[in-house]
Write a protein of this length. Structure first.
Length: 227
């Protein structure tokens, strides 16, 4: 710190000003990124049976899930919609799922045989919203078991395998109740994939890096050294 009574060096002022601007700019960019990644229900438009707004599924998985959902729709007269989003826009998962289910009108209005499988990837939350026409065969306890079965895959970021597994479990129950056969369904006890999770930096990791950089920028250099 400059001595009292002495003018503050211009270079010191420039350094403080630069650090302040960098901190402000970083916070604004980070806030903007989080805002842009949040999806409100009103923003979402259905694209088919699979709506991967979080972009975690590969084309092959999307095609397989689409085919399964199509068979359920045509053979069992029930609709399954799989939706992934980055975040819930500050909403709780239950309200978000109910609002989306109603907005999209999943399943026939007459029979109410619709199922919404919703995953908020960055929030690590999921929900299966079941229409009244399917609640007797898909009670909370049963769909909760599907979620628990997929947890190991989700924790290792194997989203393709996890979401296909859950969708297939729901489809199998509906098909069995309707007395129809689905083709190319997943085996009951799938083997664990040996694929390693992606090594890219996660959103949480990026935020941690930004926080560390901010601490370095706003902390006097002499305080970074230890005795």
């Amino acid at each position: 710190m400059p001595d009292a009574g002495r003018p503050v060096p211009v270079l010191y002022n420039l350094q403080v000003s630069f650090r302040s601007k960098v901190c402000l700019a970083t916070l604004l960019v980070l806030s903007l990124g989080i805002f842009l990644q949040a999806e409100s229900v009103s923003q979402l438009k259905p694209t088919g049976y699979v709506n991967d707004f979080a972009h975690v599924l590969d084309p092959n998985t999307i095609a397989q899930i689409n085919d399964t959902c199509r068979q359920v729709d045509e053979k069992a007269h029930a609709q399954i919609a799989l939706v992934t989003v980055n975040t819930l826009d500050g909403s709780d998962i239950e309200s978000y799922a109910v609002d989306l289910f109603k907005k999209w009108g999943i399943g026939s209005k007459v029979t109410d045989r619709g199922v919404l499988i919703l995953y908020a990837i960055q929030d690590h939350k999921d929900r299966i919203e079941v229409g009244y026409g399917l609640e007797p065969i898909l009670p909370d306890g049963k769909v909760g078991g599907f979620h628990r079965e997929a947890i190991p895959l989700l924790r290792s970021q194997q989203y393709n395998e996890a979401l296909q597994l859950v969708t297939n479990r729901v489809a199998e129950v509906i098909a069995s109740d309707a007395g129809v056969q689905l083709t190319n369904s997943l085996p009951r006890a799938p083997t664990r994939s040996l694929r390693q999770p992606d090594q890219g930096i996660s959103i949480g990791g990026m935020i941690a890096i930004v926080v560390i950089v901010l601490i370095i920028l706003v902390t006097p250099l002499r305080s970074l050294f230890f005795w």
